[in-house]
Design a protein around this ligand. Structure first.
Ligand SMILES: CC(C)(COP(=O)(O)OP(=O)(O)OC[C@H]1O[C@@H](n2cnc3c(N)ncnc32)[C@H](O)[C@@H]1OP(=O)(O)O)[C@@H](O)C(=O)NCCC(=O)NCCS
Length: 190
């Protein structure tokens, strides 16, 4: 079979996925279930990162997702994905979710998130991918912002690990007074 991978083609890192929201995706309020949207967010990022890198990818992390507005059955939902940052094997994909009323054409921004994807080879290990071509000043600013987010994620991961170590792994090192004092604070602070 011929190798169809075009090594010379630089992909722009943008992709769009549009779906009509169907009744099988609803929650008990009759709106689109958040879990269904999470799956689609991951799928959109997966397609965007695979297309850009010309490799299969795996999801490393999904940043905090907030749903600003409900999405309704019968709306057309578009997942607008963009590669913000490329390291060696990692890509940060920003995904915006837009819901459109098919009759009026009115569009609503309903959520967004940042998903980190890793390009992997046949052995499932990370592989190097082409660097991101930064053309506009916006591309450059997005890259810097995404790189800073990557550093924040690493720092956040370290702090969460420290918390877990103190309050779960080595909880026996804490005195009962220390635990009671922190509990009081946890119960009273908003
Ligand atoms: C993704 C995976 C292959 C990475 O393996 P790894 O041994 O951590 O790989 P590396 O240490 O070489 O890191 C790979 C990249 O991830 C980045 N990375 C790793 N941990 C990170 C973190 N916590 N935050 C941000 N980036 C991180 C590294 O910086 C590196 O980026 P770069 O190649 O652009 O420099 C491995 O963790 C894995 O297979 N995870 C399961 C993925 C999966 O199955 N997902 C599906 C859903 S369960």
């Amino acid at each position: 079979m011929p190798d169809t991978k075009d090594e010379t083609k630089q992909r722009d890192g943008h992709s769009y996925m549009t779906l009509l929201m169907t009744p099988d995706m609803v929650n008990f309020s009759g709106n689109i279930h958040g879990g269904a949207l999470l799956k689609l967010l991951d799928l959109a990022a997966y397609a965007c990162a695979s297309h850009y890198s010309q490799q299969y990818v795996v999801t490393l992390s999904v940043d905090q997702v907030q749903f600003y507005e409900p999405v309704y059955v019968g709306e057309l939902v578009t997942f607008k994905s963009r590669i913000n940052y490329v390291g060696n094997s990692s890509m940060e994909v920003g995904v915006e979710v837009w819901a459109e009323n098919i009759h009026t054409g009115e569009e609503r921004f309903t959520s967004n998130c940042f998903i980190t994807m890793i390009a992997v080879g046949d052995d499932g290990r990370p592989v190097k991918i082409q660097p991101l071509k930064l053309v506009t000043i916006q591309d450059k600013a997005q890259f810097v912002e995404a790189k800073l987010r990557k550093q924040l994620r690493a720092e956040h991961g370290r702090r969460l690990a420290d918390l877990h170590e103190k309050w779960s792994d080595h909880v026996e090192d804490l005195t009962q007074e220390e635990i009671e004092m922190e509990l009081d604070r946890a119960m009273t602070e908003a």
